[in-house]
Design a binder for this molecule. Structure first.
Ligand SMILES: [Zn+2]
Length: 384
């Protein structure tokens, strides 16, 4: 082989290598694409503990024999999966003469629902609308177990939480997007990498590159010839319930949730999410500054509890009006407020991703239960 041919061969080899194997961005050490087979091969094969709930399979049998709670099926997803709600505490009938925004227009929120006349606060817990964020699913199934038995699924006594729960009406929707959760094969991302999170969460395009943020939000519904692996953000029709069309819902998940919220008029509502970093309550957007302030106080109380328990916690958000070059979206948390006046917010729990907030499964459950405790305390405190 002469020099010229050798040069051509080397160039050809490097082209083959760069197209076939250039999965790593050298600057960030992040891969930019992943096939389904590769993603599956990366799932650790160690078993998950029984207290960990990473799937919607089995929820039916778990909720079949509730003794204290009441089970309702709110809707069925495009994938044919039920959206469950488990409630504790009786519903108190109070005056309800107008829908929320008309009552606000009439300068009397109580015209929507006389919440002050209720003896018990009403608290709504929404499990993962992003299917892979199963930390909230684990937390809420454990909360159901605690309300039934006084113990979590580890067998650990949680009498205080049960006693607080008994002073409230609880509306628990353990899985906010069962289709998405069913698609989540790892069942937990603890100990896995940022790339695994991107694959399972947001999915891939047909060239196997990650949909990634913010591009994963620039096509909605996420359907079409350019989609390969549909991320767990989405239901089986490609709807991300966090960004549904709330005035004309495309999916049953957000419609069912907003109906419950309208009818029940919760005082406080959380949408449980997960991310890579420390636990954080996010600033609710497009709600009044008073609601933001109230959620900020709750976040403070929650972080104090996490600190006391040697669990990680993030920074406090600042109360502010909407605006700027990239304003926040009017998302499911915003919509929740506008149908029922609840203090509504998004809570982000760590997944336990390698190299970031490396929490264990046990710590994740403790973070969830600490948040619930802070929420219950916060609302019970207002009734006294
Ligand atoms: Zn999320």
């Amino acid at each position: 082989m002469d020099k010229q041919t050798l040069k051509i061969v080397i160039i050809l080899i490097s082209i083959v290598l760069s197209t076939g194997f250039a999965q790593t961005d050298k600057a960030t050490n992040r891969v930019d694409h992943m096939t389904y087979a590769q993603a599956k091969a990366r799932i650790p094969d160690h078993p998950l503990p029984d207290f960990w709930i990473g799937d919607v399979k089995g929820l039916a049998s778990r909720f079949e024999h509730l003794e204290q709670g009441r089970l309702t099926v709110l809707a069925t997803t495009p994938g044919g999966r039920p959206i469950y709600m488990v409630t504790y505490g009786d519903r108190e009938t109070v005056a309800h003469k107008a829908n929320f925004n008309s009552a606000i227009g009439g300068q009397d929120p109580a015209a929507y629902m006389d919440k002050a006349a209720r003896k018990k606060p009403v608290i709504l817990f929404l499990g993962p609308v992003h299917g892979h964020e199963v930390e909230g699913l684990t937390g809420l199934v454990n909360l159901v177990q605690i309300m039934e038995t006084g113990k979590d699924l580890r067998g650990k006594s949680q009498e205080k939480l049960r006693q607080l729960g008994g002073q409230c009406r609880l509306l628990i929707l353990p899985a906010g997007n069962p289709d998405g959760t069913a698609r989540f094969e790892p069942r937990s991302l603890t100990g896995m990498g940022d790339d695994d999170l991107r694959f399972w969460g947001q999915g891939t395009w047909t060239d196997d590159t990650f949909c990634d943020w913010p591009q994963c939000k620039r096509q909605h519904p996420m359907v079409g010839d350019n989609v390969r692996f549909l991320g767990c953000y989405f239901n089986d029709r490609g709807i991300n319930p966090m960004h549904d069309e709330f005035f004309a819902p495309m999916g049953p998940e957000s419609a069912a949730l907003l109906k419950v919220a309208r009818e029940e008029g919760p005082d406080l509502a959380v949408s449980l999410h997960s991310h890579e970093s420390k636990p954080a309550a996010l600033r609710p957007a497009y709600v009044t500054t008073e609601i933001q302030q109230d959620i900020r106080s709750l976040a403070k109380e929650c972080y104090a509890l996490l600190s006391e328990r040697q669990l990680p916690f993030g920074g406090l958000f600042e109360v502010r009006p909407e605006g700027g070059k990239n304003p926040d979206s009017f998302n499911l948390t915003s919509a929740l407020y506008h149908v029922c006046g609840a203090g509504s917010f998004t809570f982000e729990c760590p997944h336990g991703i390698r190299g970031n907030c490396e929490v264990t499964l046990d710590q994740i459950l403790d973070i969830q239960l600490s948040l619930y405790e802070a929420m219950l305390q916060h609302e019970i405190g207002k009734k006294h």
